[in-house]
Structures are given as C-alpha cells and as structure tokens.
Design a binder for this molecule. Structure first.
Ligand code: TXA
Ligand code: MG
Length: 382
C-alpha cells in the first residue's frame, strides 16, 4: 500500500501544467486501491481504479452514496472508452466523441463487463467520459487504468467546484486531493444515453440538446431532465417544512417509486443545501416582486433569508443576504457560481433560501434542472 487509509494529503498542482511527480504520486495511490479527488472542467471528481471493486466500494462509503447509483468511468482517450464497451462503437458515439471529447459529455453505452460490477450498480451499460482538464487527463494517463469518479461531495450536498469544498465533505475519508483551483463550468457533465435507437439526455449539462442534435441528428430529453416541480403553485406557501429528517438527500428516494428510472440517480434529490430553497419562476419583474414579498415575510417571522439572484438589486440586499451567481443573459455564468453559492448559504446558516429561476434552453436547461433539484420541487410559478 502506498498510502495510509483515511489520511488525506493535499497536493497543490498547477491546473494548466500539473507537476509530474505529484500526479505520479496520486496515480500510485489509485493503483493501490486508494481514493483521489481531482479537478475536472465541470466539478471535482472522487476517483478510484474502475477495475478494482474494493476501491470502487470505498467511493460509495466515503460519499454515503446508495449502491444502486452508478458511477461515470473517466478515460484519457476515445480508444480507451471503446475498449470498455460491448462490440464496436455506434457511429453516433464516434461522431459525438469527435465533436465533444475531451469535454463535458458522458455517453452511456452497452458495457463489455470489464469494469468492476460495483461501478455500474448492476446495470449492463457503462457511462464514459473524457474530461477536458489537464490534471484529470494526466492523472488517468499516469494511473494507466480507467477511473470511476462521481462528484467529490457527500451525497446530498452540492457538488464541489473547489478543493476547499472537497475538504468540507471528505477530509479524513480519502487519501489524496489534487488541488487544481476552481472548476470552470461548475455543473456536472451532460449524460446521454446511447443504448436505444435515439439518443436521450438523462442529465442536462454544458453540452446542450441543440449541440447534440447538430451532430447526432436527433435527440430526446428525458422528461425528468427539466427537474422536479412539486405542486407548482400560484398561491405561494412560504411556510418551512416541519423539522425532522431531511427529505432531500441523495440517499432517500423521492416521490412515488413508479417505473424504474432510466438513470438510477434520478430517483434521488441531489444538490440540496441545508436550508429549504424556494424557487421562483416567471417573468423577471414578477419574480423580483415575489422574492421581495417572501423575503420580507420571512424576516418578519424572525428568519435569516438568503437570496440567490442573477442580477444585482439594492432592494434584495436590504431584504436578505444576497449572493449573485452570474448574469441572466449568460446562463453559463450562473452555472459557474451556483454550487459555491449554495455552500455559502449553508456556511452562513440561513434559515431559508429564495432563488430566481432561469428560463430558456441551452445551458439554462442545466441550471434549471439543478435549481429545481435543490428546491426539492418547491417551485413557485409567478
Ligand atoms: O461532470 C461530471 O459528470 C462529474 C465529474 C466528476 O466527471 N461526475 C459526476 O458523477 O457528476 P455523478 O456520479 O455525481 O453523476 C453520475 C450520473 C448519475 O446521475 C448516474 O445515475 C448516471 O450518471 N449514470 C452513471 N452510470 C450510468 C448508467 N450506466 N446508466 C445511466 N445513468 C448512469
Ligand atoms: Mg454527484
């Protein structure tokens, strides 16, 4: 063993030109069955050798992740992905890899049974991605093995976009963190199911339905990809949920357990901040008026309010603790700051979070999906 289990070492690396020796150290830990967190262009991943079932099981333990939620396998070249799938790659997969790899697109394909069964949680398919980050690619190459990696957060918490976020959740539970600064995109990759006749987006991300349609001809978006809306209402109810066990956790199935979801991760509510989040959707003017009304009602009831907005407003600043996540007309800027903002609200200990929704397609679809999940369905249409 080249590591002490549970003693976390922090290795700071240059994100553009990672130090070879540090990467080699981390790769040796992976080969020996250890866990290494590393930056990607989307969020930090928590990696283990995908061929080593024991190592993969440790990911589930460290995160508190349910065993039936499969992991993405990270590779450093398209040929490595092809070797892990059953039969020749479909033509669409080849085109998509050429267009978007390395990059934030995960492809679900029939598996060849080469990765440890724990990775795919009993499914016959395998999810594959080549990340667009020098540190991630250097690590995978140096390890010489495919790397299974979910986001490097405790299940149910927002995904980490800095090494500091990884430390908040996993210090003492994993062996190495490669600190390569802040992840640029801020939301997890697009997950695309290529096991059927038509590609289906299971999770929206920075590679948009429009991008995929341009290359693949057609694409479907799983209805769940727009995020859950529970009892969307024009009669807003600002009351907080009763105290007790938190319903929103990666470990708790949400809603009625209807038919088996296409992506097992879908039945879990991810990305949940500690305080209940209310999401306001509609025209920006009406949303602002309702956010203010709700903020004042909460403050009057003695609660600390966090406001998540995509545009600065003096009246918001006066009504609560405002965090700006970007600009409404540039959804990618909202995506980049979203998870860090949710973590800041957790750290500040606000009682309730009020968030402005985002309309439109493209990356806005991904932002809306994460916001609605963070809201656990508490969406107020105005
Ligand atoms: O950007 C990302 O994708 C990040 C970085 C670290 O690469 N990873 C990530 O992993 O977000 P994770 O585990 O947090 O999300 C993986 C998603 C889950 O929703 C899971 O259910 C789905 O991919 N998934 C994995 N394997 C699958 C499969 N064989 N079929 C369907 N869905 C699958
Ligand atoms: Mg995750």
């Amino acid at each position: 063993m080249s590591f002490v289990k549970g003693h976390t070492r922090w290795l700071k690396v240059d994100p553009a030109r990672p130090d070879r020796e540090l990467v080699a150290e981390a790769a040796a830990v992976l080969r020996a069955g250890g866990l290494v967190a590393f930056p990607t262009e989307t969020v930090y991943g928590l990696g283990a050798n995908a061929l080593d079932g024991q190592a993969v099981l440790r990911i589930f333990t460290a995160k508190g992740r349910p065993a039936d939620n499969p992991l993405i396998v990270h590779v450093a070249a398209a040929e490595e992905a092809a070797a892990l799938t059953a039969g020749p790659l479909p033509a669409t997969a080849v085109l998509l890899m050429e267009a978007f790899w390395p990059g934030p697109l995960t492809l679900v394909l029939p598996g060849a049974g080469k990765v440890a069964p724990e990775v795919s949680a009993g499914l016959s398919s395998v999810a594959l991605r080549m990340p667009d980050h020098p540190v991630a690619l250097a690590l995978i190459r140096a390890a010489g093995t495919p790397v299974a990696a979910p986001s490097a957060n405790t299940s149910g918490r927002p995904s980490p976009t800095t090494a500091g976020h990884v430390k908040e959740d996993l210090d003492g539970l994993i062996e190495v963190v490669l600190d390569g600064g802040t992840c640029g995109l801020g939301l997890e990759s697009t997950v695309l199911d290529l096991t059927g006749e038509t590609p289906v987006i299971l999770r929206p991300g920075a590679v948009t339905p429009e991008d995929i349609a341009r290359v693949a001809g057609k694409v479907l978006v799983d209805p769940a990809a727009d995020g859950p809306v529970r009892a969307a209402s024009r009669q807003p109810d600002y009351s907080l949920p009763a105290a007790g066990p938190k319903p929103a956790s990666e470990g708790c199935p949400t809603g009625k357990d209807s038919s088996r979801p296409r992506s097992p991760g879908f039945k879990y509510t991810h990305y949940a901040p500690a305080a209940p989040l209310f999401l306001f959707e509609g025209s920006p003017e009406k949303v602002a008026a309702k956010v203010l009304e709700a903020a004042r009602a909460h403050v009057a009831a003695g609660r600390r309010v966090g406001i998540l907005a995509a545009g600065d407003r003096k009246d918001y600043r006066e009504a609560g603790e405002l965090i700006l996540t970007g600009r409404r007309d540039a959804p990618a800027t909202v995506a980049a700051g979203l998870y860090a903002a949710l973590r800041k609200f957790d750290a500040a200990g606000v009682d309730v979070i009020l968030a402005e929704g985002l309309d439109g397609g493209g990356v806005a679809l991904a932002v809306r999906n994460r916001l609605r999940k963070a809201a656990g369905g508490r969406v107020i249409k105005v």
